[in-house]
Design a protein around this ligand. Structure first.
Ligand code: SF4
Length: 58
């Protein structure tokens, strides 16, 4: 599911990120470490979390 989080984060789909419980990601980095394509998953998820936090302030 990290790739799904990445996809929705890059598309700025905050509602989808919330449904997928993006805030539960601990940013442990295991998904990025194991990704054979070397995709920057943690960075994208961190960005997604910032979008959710920003929406909470509105
Ligand atoms: S960084 Fe860790 S907790 Fe977050 S999606 Fe990847 S494996 Fe899961």
């Amino acid at each position: 599911m990290p790739t799904l989080l990445e996809k929705n984060a890059m598309a700025k789909r905050v509602d989808e990120l919330k449904k997928l419980d993006v805030m539960d990601c601990m940013e442990c980095g295991c998904c990025a470490f194991n990704c054979p394509a070397g995709r920057p998953l943690v960075q994208a998820i961190r960005f997604g979390k910032s979008l959710v936090r920003a929406e909470g302030k509105k």
